[in-house]
Write a new protein. Sequence first.
Length: 320
Amino acid sequence: MTANSTAYKAPAAAGTGSTPRRRLSRGPARRPGWTPWLYLLPALVLLGGLLVYPIYQLGLISFLEYTQAQVSGGEPTTFQGFGNYATLFGDSQFWQVLLATVVFAAACVLATLLVGCALAVLLTRVRALPRLALMLAALGAWATPAITGSTVWVFLFDPDFGPVNRVLGLGDFSWTYGRYSAFALVLLEVLWCSFPFVMVTVYAGIRAIPAEVLEAAALDGASQWRIWRSVMAPMLRPILVVVTIQSIIWDFKVFTQIYVMTGGGGIAGQNLVLNVYAYQKAFASSQYSLGSAIGVVMLVILLAVTLVYLRLVRRQGEEL
């Protein structure tokens, strides 16, 4: 190759030298349109059949006079308007049961969240073998049917044959005789079968938090309680919202535990909650319209509590 030879020049890179950079023109953002709804259509149809139609029937019966006479065809069904609700709200027992239900559900939710979150943090502190044992024990409690768990707890606290009274030295003390002791016994059973959901969900959320964040908080001298309150809880807020709403719904409509452990609502109905109260009105007294009205009231209360809770969370700037 001679000195007069023309040196090879590589082509200029895009965006360098004198070569102008081409810009791709982007059109307006395309909206997804109806495509997502087409994918959701089978699930919406299924939910409509399993949820919307029963709610419609529940609301319809609550506005009718629907007793055993109408079910058997002996008398025609008549429209009562808000008459069933007026009868329900005029019953002092309804307000007593409603207050007991709210207090009992709030205690169950608070206890479930405290125990579930504490055990979730504990799972991150123990070794693999104790963690596996605790997880298996918790999932076993979670998988136990409510009627089976309630029967076992009644036996454990039985005044004659139960081992709990013998260990505590309570003799023939009956836990289901007093109103508050019966509610406490049911609360323990509800807590036993509910905390695994909170524990597993919160534990999964904790494992998703970057380890560097927790290590930095520990190096700054923060205690375990301060790390949970200032670091973990804000980052776990979406998960805590989900488990709180689920716990409110489950504990507000507790039926099996109360019905089995207190014999249908306790002595003279002292341990009634709304779900058991609705069952007694609808099936024990054959007042199906009043039972439906109680069901509608429960639905409205749960929707209101859920919407208010979500609104409070969004006000704090948390997107769910």
